[in-house]
Design a protein around this ligand. Structure first.
Ligand code: P5A
Length: 437
């Protein structure tokens, strides 16, 4: 992609309304545009990141055996009356009437709708276990939408729903999602800590929030300092194996949200306890038969008797993660994208656009990257060098390839690692083979 032709409205100055770093950088890097309070349009670069995150989430859900579906954003109020949540949900639910004066709503979550799909099609325990998920926009009319997409009113969530014939099956499903979540966040370069949590309006008695530590987070959290050493990706965990010991070993390290933490009973010595703030990037729930009983989602068990299914639901804040990753990975010049979610792997900077030799090298590199399938953003704009380099740092692509007249004369270009700041001079051919490999 050529920057001269890319819609990326970068800003030099810090927008006044943005109170936290991720919101500031998302606006300054031209990733999003507010449409109304808590509702955003995703501009090309922001949308690329959102799709990368979505894809990692999807791959880990698929690997855990969940099946992807797509449910609508608009739901009928009737189902929510059946479950009893229509009145309980309160003002956060956006209620709409269609032209026939039928009550509809913009879904804040999908427990009812998925249970309706389940009860229509599944009648026997033989079809279980079943886990269905979708990645779809939600609407919650939050009293205080803030921090950009972090607490939006419209936001993208991955929500999965498991169905099992009994409690033991449901715990296996819960453990699978627990481990899939740890892997998902680790692939994005995040350390998300599972914390005992309240279940709120979703309900149920077993629930964990996945929280990344950040001073700008909305919740107060507490955890053992050992959590800072945990490296999920280096562990060879078989998602289809017996996960109870794995989950138990993760949970053996203390971690709790403010609502669950009690200094009087906390087992961690003061020197080992981290008290800080965090961003909730996921939340999983086991709620048993809370929805299957009122909605009559029953299956025939092995003994021929009808039983209500045991369920859980599992949410990832897909759009919130874009902000969460920036909170966890930036410096005072801008964003530092982990490669797995970066909008482009390489930023190619032509320092001297009027110089035929520089432009020749850049065009060759750009063609080479495209042919090799390396995602490259090519800054071919006729701008001041300082401004171009500042923009590249702000946008935060993992690698910069900087092409200037002095280097080109000697047959080399500069390769800069955005995270470490380290630079290396290489021939254009070496650059191509390094990134195409
Ligand atoms: C689990 C899946 C649920 O809704 N039902 C379906 C359950 N859980 S939750 O905790 O309420 O939300 C799941 C995740 O969605 C993100 N999230 C938000 N992101 C941006 N703006 C919001 N207003 C918002 N509300 C929730 C969080 O990451 C949360 O963990």
């Amino acid at each position: 992609m050529r920057l001269s032709n890319y819609l990326i409205p970068t800003l030099r100055d810090t927008p006044k309304e943005a109170q936290i770093v991720s919101h500031r950088y998302m606006l300054r890097a031209g990733m999003i545009q507010q449409a109304s309070a808590g509702i955003y349009s995703w501009l090309p670069m922001g949308y690329r990141v959102l799709r990368k995150i979505e894809q990692i989430v999807r791959e880990e859900q698929d690997a855990a055996g969940a099946q992807e579906v797509l449910m609508p954003t608009i739901q009928s109020a009737d189902l929510w009356r059946e479950s009893g949540r229509y009145d309980d949900y309160g003002k956060e639910m956006l209620r709409i009437q269609d032209r026939h004066e039928r009550d509809m709503l913009y879904g804040p979550t999908n427990e009812e709708l998925i249970t309706d799909i389940f009860r229509t099609h599944v009648k026997s325990y033989r079809a279980l276990p079943l886990n269905l998920y979708h990645i779809q926009w939600k609407f919650r009319d939050e009293v205080r939408p803030r921090f950009g997409i972090m607490r939006g009113r419209e936001f993208l969530m991955k929500d999965a729903y498991s169905f099992d014939v009994d409690y033991e099956g449901a715990v296996r499903a819960y453990n699978k999602m627990f481990v899939a979540y740890l892997k998902t966040y680790a692939r994005m370069g995040l350390r998300a800590i599972p914390m005992a949590a309240d279940s709120g309006p979703i309900g149920g008695d077993m629930s964990h929030e996945f929280v990344i530590l950040a001073e700008t987070g909305e919740s107060e959290v507490y955890c053992h300092k050992d959590w800072l050493e945990v490296d999920v990706l280096s562990q060879d965990i078989d998602i289809n194996g017996d996960l109870q010991p794995v989950v138990d070993s993760f949970l053996s390290r203390y971690a709790a949200t403010d609502e669950k933490h009690d200094p009087a009973t906390c087992p961690v010595p003061e020197g080992d306890l981290i008290a800080t703030r965090g961003i909730e990037v996921g939340h999983i729930f086991y709620f048993g038969t809370k929805y299957s009983e009122p909605l009559n989602a029953r299956v025939t068990g092995p003994d021929g008797k009808d039983v209500p299914v045991h369920s859980g639901s599992y949410g990832v804040g897909v759009s919130r993660l874009v902000g969460g990753i920036i909170e966890a990975s930036h410096d005072d010049r801008g964003i530092i994208w982990p490669e797995s979610v970066a909008p482009f792997l390489v930023g190619l900077v032509n320092i001297k656009v009027g110089d035929d030799a520089c432009t020749g090298v850049c065009e060759d590199l750009y063609r080479g990257f495209n042919n090799a399938g390396v995602e490259c953003l090519y800054d071919d704009r006729d701008e001041r060098t300082g401004a171009k380099l500042a923009d590249m740092d702000l946008i935060g692509l993992p690698w910069q390839v900087i092409v200037g007249p002095r280097g080109v004369k000697n047959g080399v270009v500069e390769v800069k690692n955005r995270r470490t700041g380290e630079t290396e001079e290489m021939s254009p051919e070496a650059v191509l083979s390094r990134f195409s490999g």
